[in-house]
Design a binder for this molecule. Structure first.
Ligand code: C5P
Length: 225
């Protein structure tokens, strides 16, 4: 039986991967499928939450009942998230957000000139998770980040949790075909309280349910951690 422990809660989830335009037809992107974020949305709905899904370049059908806001780039995602965070009891940043974008987007399609390729200058994107967690508008909002690490998963995860200021960080080990674009996922969830919860490899829905277990255990959700 599914607990209705998220009933009456508003949950904001980001999913997918941002695309940073180079010109009208090209972009810098990543391999995120959006499956983990969509699984989080589906499971939160099943547990009674109202869900807003800020979705970047995902080619999946949205879970019934979710409010979907489609965005393209990291800056669009930031606008969409900040505009909707006010009512959210929890914000889960499952999207792969590009750290950098082309400093300028060419107005027309960039053409070969015969002089070789022109360099693409990059600019840093805003860190949405960092902003959500360190410039909070509601102290009782639970902020959850995701992190993909290839090595020193625990040490890098701890450092990232601290730097970003989030309450929970779901750390995936990536590389060797793990996580991105696959059906299954495995992770360790680090808590700001020093906790570490291992989630064994399994369907992304199972991982999502374990994440909601941990969110529901936060004091802001009436839990006693
Ligand atoms: O720093 P890193 O990209 O590894 O952190 C991953 C986490 O931070 C994810 O939750 C992602 O959604 C979020 N993030 C963000 N804005 C960025 C980069 C990452 O919100 N510009």
């Amino acid at each position: 039986d599914l607990p209705a422990d998220l009933a009456g809660r508003h949950i904001l989830i980001t999913a997918g991967g941002t695309r940073e335009p180079i010109d009208p037809v090209r972009f810098i992107g990543n391999r995120s499928s959006g499956r983990q974020g969509y699984a989080l949305a589906a499971t939160a709905l099943a547990r009674g939450a109202r869900v807003t899904l800020v979705s970047a370049n995902v080619f999946l059908s949205a879970p019934a009942g979710a409010e979907v806001v489609s965005v393209g780039s990291a800056r669009e995602m930031r606008e969409a998230v900040l505009a909707r965070r006010g009512t959210a009891d929890a914000v889960v940043m499952a999207a792969a957000v590009a750290d950098f974008r082309p400093a300028e987007t060419a107005a027309g399609k960039i053409k070969k000139t015969g002089d070789g390729p022109a360099p693409v200058e990059l600019a840093e994107n805003p860190d949405i998770l960092l902003e959500l967690a360190t410039e909070r508008t509601r102290p009782d909002q639970v902020v959850v980040g995701f992190a993909a690490e290839t090595d020193d998963v625990l040490a890098n995860g701890r450092a990232k949790l601290k730097r970003k200021g989030c309450d929970l960080l779901v750390v995936n080990q990536v590389g060797e075909g793990r996580a991105f674009g696959t059906e299954d996922n495995q992770a360790v969830v680090l808590g700001a309280d020093g906790s570490a919860t291992e989630i064994p490899n399994g369907p992304k829905e199972d991982l999502a349910d374990r994440v909601w277990d941990l969110v529901a255990r936060q004091t802001a959700f009436g839990g006693t951690p």
